[in-house]
Unconditional design. Structure first.
Length: 396
């Protein structure tokens, strides 16, 4: 018998289950996530059922344990995939959280654009949906060497011969003719989110199984000046097991890097904000279906509510109270933010990560303090408009 398992020799693999509650082991080395050591946790538990029996002493009698539960936290770096528009390595977690996913390949635009409207070929317009965050490739497009531009799509015209996409954030000039529009992947809320099987290899020698797991929440942390942003996923599931076992495949991790939160823009509607940090939370409310026939007690789970909220802290202006007015008048606004790495120069934006909540209201505004400088500490709640549009997460 050997004791002394080393924590950082462990690994975590996540797979979408073929059917809820049916354990799915890792299918390749790409099933493994490069998780953060701090915050990674899984907690198998059983419900304690106390027996309140009267005996000859005041001592309690032996309790029993009932339904099994599995909860866990998986923290990952907020980074994009290795290729433009590819899904990130934690794709399965995002699908379990949001339910909806769509992708679009790169395309070349037509001509005669404005600073916020891109004319699109008829054959390409079906790729795009409102809420998708896209990159307009001004760097090295048709010989241009200007800065790439990142923005959500706020409207689409799919008219034959006049197809176009309109952007939330305008460029500082009209876009170049025949400019490139980058490949992208977008996650959005939609019913039918899958359940997950998680294999947590403790010290690389013990396999802990988490079965029928759903993502109950995701927190965007450290979207702060000069920091490395991360996403922390919380999960709950139906069942668990533990056995002696090593990974079935050698883990394969991406080569992409997380961005440093510098040159990372945050917008309220189309207005750029000067903020020091921003937080974001998306959460699912779960209802578990139970049955006497189940040995763990739980047979399935259902998502009964989805909500998103966050906070940001723009510096207080000395000549207006616009942020208070938004709060006081219950005015709706959008929040969009992005961060990125760079390619051949600081004008070519690569490995972009983005978030976009198009319909927000501020629920609290307090006076904050950043090293003695006053801020508007704003808490907001995001809501749907037409449906499936409370929150978008984009990877370019």
């Amino acid at each position: 018998m050997a004791i002394g398992l080393v924590a950082d020799r462990g690994s975590v693999a996540v797979e979408i289950e073929p059917s809820e509650g049916i354990f799915q082991s890792e299918q390749s080395g790409e099933s493994f996530l490069e998780v953060l050591s701090d915050g990674l946790e899984f907690s198998p538990s059983k419900e304690l059922i106390e027996r309140n029996n009267r005996t000859s002493t005041v001592e309690t009698v032996k309790s029993r344990v009932g339904q099994k539960s599995m909860s866990g936290t998986i923290p990952v770096e907020f980074r994009a995939g290795d290729l433009e528009g590819a899904a990130p390595e934690y794709d399965a977690l995002l699908q379990a959280l949001m339910g909806g996913k769509r992708s679009g390949t790169a395309s070349i635009s037509k001509t005669l654009h404005s600073n916020s409207v891109i004319e699109i070929e008829d054959a390409d317009i079906a790729k795009y949906s409102v809420g998708d965050v896209v990159k307009i490739k001004e760097f090295a497009a048709s010989g241009a060497v200007d800065e790439d531009h990142i923005s959500p799509i706020v409207s689409i015209d799919d008219s034959l011969g006049a197809a176009s996409i309109a952007l939330l954030v305008p460029y500082y000039r009209a876009f170049t003719d025949n400019v490139g529009v980058g490949a992208f992947t977008t996650y959005f809320h939609q019913s039918g989110a899958p359940t997950l099987s998680v294999s947590n290899y403790l010290g690389g020698e013990i396999r802990e199984k988490a079965i029928g797991m759903r993502a109950t929440s995701m927190d965007l942390n450290n979207f702060s000046t000069g920091a490395l942003p991360d996403l922390s996923f919380q999960l709950e599931g139906l069942d668990f097991d533990r056995e002696v076992g090593t990974p079935l495949f050698t883990p394969e991790y991406p080569v992409s890097l997380p961005p440093i939160v510098l040159c990372s823009k945050v917008y309220r509607d189309s207005s750029e904000l000067q903020v020091n940090n921003l937080s974001l939370n998306a959460s699912n409310t779960l209802a578990f279906l139970t049955s006497t026939a189940s040995c763990s007690g739980k047979i399935k789970s259902r998502i009964t509510n989805f909500a998103a909220s966050g906070s940001f802290n723009p510096y207080m202006e000395d000549n207006n109270v616009i942020n208070y007015d938004f709060f006081n008048n219950n005015t709706s606004f959008s929040i969009f933010g992005s961060s990125q790495n760079y390619g051949l120069s600081e004008k070519e934006k690569v490995e972009n990560v983005c978030f976009y909540a198009p319909n927000c209201i501020s629920t609290e505004i307090a006076t904050g303090n950043e090293d003695g400088v006053l801020t508007d500490a704003i808490t907001f709640s995001a809501h749907k408009d037409l449906g499936n549009d409370t929150l978008f997460l984009g990877f370019i």
